[in-house]
Design a protein around this ligand. Structure first.
Ligand SMILES: [Zn+2]
Ligand SMILES: [Zn+2]
Length: 338
Protein backbone atom coordinates (compact mmCIF):
# COMPACT_ATOMS: atom_id res chain seq x y z
CA UNK A 1 0.00 0.00 0.00
CA UNK A 2 1.00 3.64 0.00
CA UNK A 3 1.23 6.21 2.76
CA UNK A 4 2.83 9.47 3.89
CA UNK A 5 6.44 9.31 5.07
CA UNK A 6 8.37 12.27 6.48
CA UNK A 7 12.03 12.34 5.43
CA UNK A 8 13.13 15.76 6.68
CA UNK A 9 11.59 19.11 7.62
CA UNK A 10 9.38 20.21 4.73
CA UNK A 11 9.77 16.83 3.01
CA UNK A 12 6.70 14.57 3.21
CA UNK A 13 6.36 11.97 0.47
CA UNK A 14 3.55 9.63 -0.52
CA UNK A 15 5.27 6.33 -1.18
CA UNK A 16 5.06 2.55 -0.98
CA UNK A 17 5.14 1.24 2.59
CA UNK A 18 4.53 -2.23 4.09
CA UNK A 19 0.94 -3.41 4.25
CA UNK A 20 -0.23 -3.38 7.88
CA UNK A 21 -0.86 -6.82 9.37
CA UNK A 22 -2.31 -8.19 12.57
CA UNK A 23 0.76 -8.33 14.83
CA UNK A 24 -0.89 -8.90 18.21
CA UNK A 25 -4.17 -10.77 18.84
CA UNK A 26 -5.59 -7.42 20.10
CA UNK A 27 -4.98 -5.62 16.77
CA UNK A 28 -7.33 -4.70 13.96
CA UNK A 29 -6.56 -3.46 10.47
CA UNK A 30 -8.82 -0.81 8.96
CA UNK A 31 -9.19 0.56 5.45
CA UNK A 32 -9.00 4.34 5.76
CA UNK A 33 -12.23 6.15 4.89
CA UNK A 34 -10.73 9.62 5.38
CA UNK A 35 -7.71 10.92 7.27
CA UNK A 36 -6.07 14.32 7.67
CA UNK A 37 -3.10 16.46 8.61
CA UNK A 38 -2.93 17.67 12.21
CA UNK A 39 -1.54 20.93 13.52
CA UNK A 40 0.82 18.83 15.64
CA UNK A 41 2.20 17.18 12.46
CA UNK A 42 3.60 20.62 11.66
CA UNK A 43 6.04 20.52 14.60
CA UNK A 44 8.36 17.98 12.91
CA UNK A 45 7.46 19.37 9.47
CA UNK A 46 8.77 22.77 10.56
CA UNK A 47 11.86 21.25 12.16
CA UNK A 48 10.69 22.08 15.69
CA UNK A 49 10.85 18.37 16.61
CA UNK A 50 13.60 15.92 15.60
CA UNK A 51 12.60 13.52 12.81
CA UNK A 52 15.36 10.89 12.90
CA UNK A 53 14.93 8.17 10.29
CA UNK A 54 12.16 8.59 7.71
CA UNK A 55 8.89 7.42 9.27
CA UNK A 56 5.15 7.31 8.54
CA UNK A 57 2.85 10.11 9.70
CA UNK A 58 -0.74 10.65 10.79
CA UNK A 59 -2.83 9.87 13.87
CA UNK A 60 -6.41 10.83 12.94
CA UNK A 61 -8.62 8.28 11.24
CA UNK A 62 -12.00 6.79 10.53
CA UNK A 63 -12.37 3.69 8.44
CA UNK A 64 -13.79 0.28 7.69
CA UNK A 65 -12.67 -2.75 9.63
CA UNK A 66 -10.79 -5.11 7.31
CA UNK A 67 -9.51 -7.72 9.70
CA UNK A 68 -9.41 -8.29 13.46
CA UNK A 69 -7.11 -10.31 15.72
CA UNK A 70 -8.53 -13.32 17.63
CA UNK A 71 -9.04 -11.31 20.86
CA UNK A 72 -11.08 -8.57 19.21
CA UNK A 73 -14.82 -9.21 19.55
CA UNK A 74 -16.30 -5.69 19.82
CA UNK A 75 -15.96 -4.79 16.13
CA UNK A 76 -16.13 -6.89 12.98
CA UNK A 77 -15.06 -6.60 9.36
CA UNK A 78 -17.15 -4.17 7.32
CA UNK A 79 -18.10 -1.91 10.23
CA UNK A 80 -17.37 1.82 10.14
CA UNK A 81 -15.24 2.77 13.13
CA UNK A 82 -13.92 5.85 14.90
CA UNK A 83 -10.90 5.68 17.21
CA UNK A 84 -8.56 7.95 19.09
CA UNK A 85 -5.00 9.06 18.36
CA UNK A 86 -4.05 7.29 21.62
CA UNK A 87 -5.08 3.63 21.71
CA UNK A 88 -6.30 2.10 24.96
CA UNK A 89 -7.53 -1.22 26.30
CA UNK A 90 -10.39 0.65 28.04
CA UNK A 91 -10.15 -1.79 30.97
CA UNK A 92 -7.06 -0.87 33.04
CA UNK A 93 -7.30 1.37 36.09
CA UNK A 94 -6.34 4.55 34.21
CA UNK A 95 -8.96 3.81 31.58
CA UNK A 96 -11.59 3.12 34.23
CA UNK A 97 -10.69 6.48 35.78
CA UNK A 98 -11.47 8.09 32.43
CA UNK A 99 -7.89 8.74 31.38
CA UNK A 100 -7.70 6.36 28.43
CA UNK A 101 -4.97 8.50 26.87
CA UNK A 102 -2.82 7.36 29.79
CA UNK A 103 -3.78 3.68 29.42
CA UNK A 104 -1.20 1.29 30.84
CA UNK A 105 -1.12 -0.32 27.37
CA UNK A 106 -1.30 2.92 25.42
CA UNK A 107 0.22 3.15 21.98
CA UNK A 108 0.06 6.41 20.07
CA UNK A 109 -1.10 6.20 16.47
CA UNK A 110 1.45 7.39 13.93
CA UNK A 111 0.73 5.71 10.59
CA UNK A 112 -2.73 6.98 9.66
CA UNK A 113 -2.02 9.05 6.53
CA UNK A 114 -2.16 5.80 4.59
CA UNK A 115 -4.55 3.53 2.74
CA UNK A 116 -4.68 0.94 5.55
CA UNK A 117 -3.87 1.25 9.24
CA UNK A 118 -3.08 -1.22 12.02
CA UNK A 119 -4.95 -0.32 15.23
CA UNK A 120 -3.41 -1.69 18.44
CA UNK A 121 -5.76 -2.28 21.41
CA UNK A 122 -8.62 -2.41 18.90
CA UNK A 123 -11.16 -3.80 21.36
CA UNK A 124 -10.88 -0.82 23.67
CA UNK A 125 -10.04 1.82 21.09
CA UNK A 126 -12.52 1.48 18.24
CA UNK A 127 -16.16 2.50 18.43
CA UNK A 128 -18.38 1.30 15.58
CA UNK A 129 -21.27 3.37 14.29
CA UNK A 130 -24.62 1.55 14.00
CA UNK A 131 -24.71 1.72 10.23
CA UNK A 132 -22.18 3.02 7.78
CA UNK A 133 -22.81 6.78 7.99
CA UNK A 134 -23.35 8.91 4.87
CA UNK A 135 -20.12 10.28 3.49
CA UNK A 136 -21.20 13.77 4.56
CA UNK A 137 -20.67 12.73 8.20
CA UNK A 138 -17.15 11.40 7.71
CA UNK A 139 -15.32 14.73 8.20
CA UNK A 140 -17.20 15.38 11.47
CA UNK A 141 -16.45 11.87 12.74
CA UNK A 142 -12.82 12.24 11.70
CA UNK A 143 -12.65 15.47 13.72
CA UNK A 144 -13.97 13.54 16.72
CA UNK A 145 -10.94 11.20 16.56
CA UNK A 146 -8.70 14.06 17.65
CA UNK A 147 -9.43 17.78 17.31
CA UNK A 148 -13.05 17.71 18.51
CA UNK A 149 -12.17 15.29 21.32
CA UNK A 150 -9.23 17.51 22.23
CA UNK A 151 -11.31 20.70 22.16
CA UNK A 152 -13.84 18.92 24.38
CA UNK A 153 -11.12 17.94 26.83
CA UNK A 154 -9.82 21.54 26.89
CA UNK A 155 -13.26 22.79 27.89
CA UNK A 156 -13.75 19.93 30.34
CA UNK A 157 -10.32 20.49 31.94
CA UNK A 158 -11.01 24.24 32.15
CA UNK A 159 -14.30 23.36 33.90
CA UNK A 160 -16.60 25.27 31.56
CA UNK A 161 -20.01 25.53 33.22
CA UNK A 162 -23.43 26.80 32.18
CA UNK A 163 -23.51 30.60 32.24
CA UNK A 164 -19.74 30.96 32.49
CA UNK A 165 -17.25 32.93 30.43
CA UNK A 166 -14.69 31.00 28.39
CA UNK A 167 -11.66 32.25 26.48
CA UNK A 168 -10.15 30.17 23.69
CA UNK A 169 -6.47 30.79 22.94
CA UNK A 170 -5.65 29.47 19.47
CA UNK A 171 -7.71 29.55 16.29
CA UNK A 172 -6.52 26.28 14.78
CA UNK A 173 -8.84 23.30 14.43
CA UNK A 174 -8.56 22.39 18.13
CA UNK A 175 -9.30 25.95 19.27
CA UNK A 176 -12.29 26.13 16.95
CA UNK A 177 -13.55 22.79 18.30
CA UNK A 178 -12.95 24.21 21.79
CA UNK A 179 -15.47 26.91 20.92
CA UNK A 180 -18.00 24.19 19.97
CA UNK A 181 -17.32 22.40 23.27
CA UNK A 182 -17.66 25.55 25.39
CA UNK A 183 -20.97 26.28 23.67
CA UNK A 184 -22.24 22.73 24.23
CA UNK A 185 -21.24 22.93 27.91
CA UNK A 186 -23.33 26.08 28.27
CA UNK A 187 -20.80 28.91 28.37
CA UNK A 188 -22.68 32.17 28.00
CA UNK A 189 -19.80 34.19 26.70
CA UNK A 190 -17.11 32.69 24.49
CA UNK A 191 -14.17 34.89 23.59
CA UNK A 192 -12.07 33.58 20.72
CA UNK A 193 -8.57 34.97 20.24
CA UNK A 194 -7.93 35.10 16.51
CA UNK A 195 -6.36 37.38 13.94
CA UNK A 196 -7.56 35.56 10.85
CA UNK A 197 -10.81 36.56 9.27
CA UNK A 198 -11.85 33.14 7.97
CA UNK A 199 -11.17 31.58 11.38
CA UNK A 200 -13.02 34.38 13.21
CA UNK A 201 -16.00 33.70 10.98
CA UNK A 202 -15.98 30.00 11.78
CA UNK A 203 -15.48 30.71 15.50
CA UNK A 204 -18.59 32.91 15.44
CA UNK A 205 -20.51 30.24 13.56
CA UNK A 206 -19.49 27.73 16.26
CA UNK A 207 -20.69 30.03 19.06
CA UNK A 208 -18.02 32.63 19.84
CA UNK A 209 -19.64 35.82 21.13
CA UNK A 210 -16.52 38.02 21.06
CA UNK A 211 -13.30 38.07 19.08
CA UNK A 212 -10.03 39.42 20.46
CA UNK A 213 -7.40 40.13 17.83
CA UNK A 214 -4.69 41.43 20.16
CA UNK A 215 -2.01 39.06 21.41
CA UNK A 216 0.26 38.79 24.43
CA UNK A 217 -0.30 41.21 27.31
CA UNK A 218 -2.40 43.42 25.05
CA UNK A 219 -4.70 40.47 24.44
CA UNK A 220 -4.87 39.80 28.18
CA UNK A 221 -5.80 43.45 28.80
CA UNK A 222 -8.59 43.17 26.26
CA UNK A 223 -9.91 39.99 27.98
CA UNK A 224 -9.84 41.80 31.33
CA UNK A 225 -11.84 44.69 29.84
CA UNK A 226 -14.43 42.20 28.63
CA UNK A 227 -14.66 40.37 31.98
CA UNK A 228 -15.17 43.11 34.55
CA UNK A 229 -11.44 43.52 35.13
CA UNK A 230 -10.78 40.07 36.63
CA UNK A 231 -10.43 37.59 33.78
CA UNK A 232 -12.39 34.59 32.53
CA UNK A 233 -13.81 31.63 34.44
CA UNK A 234 -12.28 29.16 31.98
CA UNK A 235 -9.45 29.45 29.47
CA UNK A 236 -8.75 26.84 26.80
CA UNK A 237 -5.08 26.88 25.74
CA UNK A 238 -4.97 25.22 22.33
CA UNK A 239 -1.56 26.16 20.96
CA UNK A 240 1.35 24.91 23.09
CA UNK A 241 3.78 27.82 22.83
CA UNK A 242 5.18 29.71 25.82
CA UNK A 243 3.35 32.85 24.71
CA UNK A 244 -0.01 31.09 24.43
CA UNK A 245 0.38 29.51 27.87
CA UNK A 246 1.34 32.86 29.44
CA UNK A 247 -1.64 34.48 27.76
CA UNK A 248 -3.96 31.71 29.02
CA UNK A 249 -2.73 31.85 32.62
CA UNK A 250 -3.03 35.65 32.70
CA UNK A 251 -6.48 35.65 31.12
CA UNK A 252 -8.03 33.44 33.83
CA UNK A 253 -9.60 35.03 36.90
CA UNK A 254 -8.52 34.10 40.44
CA UNK A 255 -10.25 30.77 41.02
CA UNK A 256 -10.60 30.20 37.28
CA UNK A 257 -9.18 27.27 35.35
CA UNK A 258 -6.93 26.76 32.37
CA UNK A 259 -7.26 23.62 30.25
CA UNK A 260 -4.11 23.17 28.19
CA UNK A 261 -4.13 20.83 25.24
CA UNK A 262 -1.56 22.29 22.87
CA UNK A 263 1.49 20.01 23.05
CA UNK A 264 3.90 22.24 25.06
CA UNK A 265 7.04 23.40 23.32
CA UNK A 266 9.43 25.30 25.56
CA UNK A 267 6.66 26.12 28.00
CA UNK A 268 7.85 26.78 31.55
CA UNK A 269 5.48 27.60 34.40
CA UNK A 270 6.52 30.03 37.13
CA UNK A 271 5.53 28.29 40.38
CA UNK A 272 5.29 31.48 42.44
CA UNK A 273 3.19 33.21 39.86
CA UNK A 274 0.86 30.21 39.58
CA UNK A 275 0.66 29.96 43.36
CA UNK A 276 -0.41 33.56 43.85
CA UNK A 277 -2.78 33.60 40.88
CA UNK A 278 -5.20 31.00 42.30
CA UNK A 279 -5.60 29.64 38.78
CA UNK A 280 -6.19 25.91 38.33
CA UNK A 281 -4.21 24.18 35.60
CA UNK A 282 -4.95 20.82 34.00
CA UNK A 283 -4.22 19.39 30.59
CA UNK A 284 -2.49 16.69 28.62
CA UNK A 285 -3.34 14.44 25.70
CA UNK A 286 -7.12 14.29 25.50
CA UNK A 287 -8.84 11.14 26.76
CA UNK A 288 -10.78 11.09 23.49
CA UNK A 289 -12.01 7.52 24.06
CA UNK A 290 -14.01 8.71 27.09
CA UNK A 291 -15.92 11.15 24.88
CA UNK A 292 -16.27 9.06 21.70
CA UNK A 293 -19.79 7.64 22.13
CA UNK A 294 -21.20 11.04 23.11
CA UNK A 295 -19.37 13.02 20.42
CA UNK A 296 -20.23 10.50 17.68
CA UNK A 297 -23.86 10.85 18.69
CA UNK A 298 -23.69 14.67 18.63
CA UNK A 299 -22.25 14.54 15.11
CA UNK A 300 -24.71 11.97 13.75
CA UNK A 301 -27.68 13.89 15.20
CA UNK A 302 -26.27 17.08 13.60
CA UNK A 303 -26.03 18.84 16.96
CA UNK A 304 -22.43 19.78 16.23
CA UNK A 305 -20.57 20.11 12.92
CA UNK A 306 -16.84 19.97 13.69
CA UNK A 307 -16.20 18.72 10.14
CA UNK A 308 -16.37 22.39 9.10
CA UNK A 309 -12.79 22.84 10.32
CA UNK A 310 -11.70 21.04 7.14
CA UNK A 311 -11.41 23.82 4.59
CA UNK A 312 -9.29 21.87 2.13
CA UNK A 313 -9.85 18.39 0.69
CA UNK A 314 -7.17 16.58 -1.28
CA UNK A 315 -6.62 13.08 -2.58
CA UNK A 316 -4.36 11.23 -0.17
CA UNK A 317 -1.59 11.05 -2.77
CA UNK A 318 -1.32 14.86 -2.55
CA UNK A 319 -0.62 14.76 1.19
CA UNK A 320 2.57 16.83 0.71
CA UNK A 321 0.49 19.73 -0.58
CA UNK A 322 -1.77 19.36 2.47
CA UNK A 323 1.22 19.91 4.76
CA UNK A 324 2.38 22.90 2.70
CA UNK A 325 -1.06 24.52 2.75
CA UNK A 326 -1.36 24.17 6.52
CA UNK A 327 2.22 25.29 7.10
CA UNK A 328 1.59 28.43 5.05
CA UNK A 329 -1.78 28.91 6.79
CA UNK A 330 -3.62 28.66 3.49
CA UNK A 331 -5.71 25.93 5.10
CA UNK A 332 -6.98 25.46 8.64
CA UNK A 333 -7.04 21.68 8.24
CA UNK A 334 -6.64 19.38 5.27
CA UNK A 335 -8.87 16.35 4.75
CA UNK A 336 -7.28 13.49 2.80
CA UNK A 337 -9.25 10.98 0.74
CA UNK A 338 -7.65 7.67 -0.24
ZN1 LIG B 1 -3.99 15.53 15.82
ZN1 LIG C 1 -6.16 1.08 29.79
Amino acid sequence: MRGAVIHAPGDVRFEAVDDPKIVHPTDAVIRTAVTCVCGSDLWPYRGAEPIGDPHPMGHEYVGFVEEVGPEVTSVKPGQFVVGSFATSDNTCVNCRNGFQSNCLHREFMSTCQAEYVRIPNAQGTLVATGEVPDEGFWPGLLAVSDVMGTGWWAADAAEVKPGSTAVVVGDGAVGLCGVIAAKEMGAQRIIAMSRHESRQKLAREFGATDIVTERGEEGVERIKELTGGIGADSVLECVGTAEAMRQALHAARPGGNVGFVGVPHEVAIDGQELFFSHVGLRGGPAPVRRYLPDLIDRVLTRRIAPGKVFDQTLPLDQVAEGYRAMDERRAIKTLLKP
